[in-house]
Ligand binder design. Structure first.
Ligand code: NAP
Length: 253
């Protein structure tokens, strides 16, 4: 069954993939609520959407670490949008520790934003969609969650947790007609990669518009998929997942 979306919430819509997903949803006539901490950036995305003359865009400054504010904010947004068919959780941070650097506060922040924030948003929306027997939940996880990675331990842990959370949610709500989509991108050309010393190039790097359109295509197709973005990461992930630990620990990835 192909899904069409009239009302959307995008958490983490101020830049990169979330902003691009919001633009593409709006271009197909979806009313979108844009959330993130940088209100200025959210307003720029909203202005582009309204200037293009398609869709409607609401802006709310929101820090996903303030989980207690989610239920009331969700209620307010659904009322203002006039409904909700899809929620996309794109908020994420990544820190690459230097050799010998251990920083528990930074690790905690990554878990709070990438995993706990997603759970705080997904749970009430899943409850709403389960009661309505319809709706699409999308989380942007990562290929990084396939293994514990020496280059970004907390980030890979947060994404493994997010992938597992989405699988569990899918196992709860897909029987009620709710579509649960886990997107696992490889490298996407956004500011998240600014700290990567040797930024991937060529076929290893996907543009944000292409990644966003692949994610939305998977969401529209339905069937509660878990998808690598683009699909070429699937065989790579299979190899990475099955490498024996004594081999994997020798690799600098
Ligand atoms: N780029 C890649 O190669 C890649 C690969 C795999 C997965 N991903 C995932 O894709 C998602 C989007 O990242 P991106 O690449 O588009 O990077 P990005 O441009 O840095 O976008 C990250 C988004 O997360 C939001 N965010 C961060 N902390 C937040 C907080 N405390 N509260 C609310 N929003 C917060 C940011 O908004 P504010 O700063 O305004 O709050 C921003 O909108 C992330 O989950 C990332 O892990 C990216």
């Amino acid at each position: 069954m192909s899904h069409s979306f009239r009302h959307a919430i995008v958490v983490g819509a101020s830049s990169g993939l979330g902003a691009e997903i919001a633009r593409q949803l709006a271009a197909s006539g979806t009313a979108v609520a844009l959330l993130g901490r940088r209100e200025e950036e959210l307003r720029k995305v909203a202005a582009e959407i309204t200037a293009a003359g398609r869709g409607r865009a609401l802006v709310r400054a929101h820090d996903v670490r303030r989980a207690e504010s989610v239920p009331a904010l969700l209620e307010e947004l659904v009322r203002e949008l006039g409904g909700l068919d899809i929620m996309v959780y794109a908020a994420g941070i990544m820190h690459l520790p230097r050799e010998g650097e251990y920083d528990a506060a930074r690790d905690r922040a990554e878990i709070e934003v990438n995993l706990l924030g997603a759970m705080a948003w997904m749970a009430p929306v899943a409850a709403m969609f389960e009661a309505r027997r319809a709706g699409t939940l999308v989380a942007i996880s990562s290929i990084a969650g396939e293994r514990g990675r020496r280059t970004f331990p907390a980030y890979s842990t947060s994404k493994a947790g997010l992938t597992t959370w989405m699988e569990a949610l899918r196992n709860r709500v897909s029987r009620y007609g709710v579509n649960v989509v886990t997107a696992k991108p490889g490298f996407v050309d956004t500011s998240l990669l600014d700290q990567v010393e040797q930024k991937p190039k060529g076929a290893l790097l996907t543009s944000a518009p292409r990644a966003a359109s692949l994610i939305l295509a998977a969401a529209r197709r339905g069937g509660s998929p878990s998808v690598f973005i683009p699909g070429m990461w699937w065989p790579i992930a299979m190899i990475v997942r099955h490498l024996p630990s004594f081999v994997f620990r020798r690799l600098n990835i």
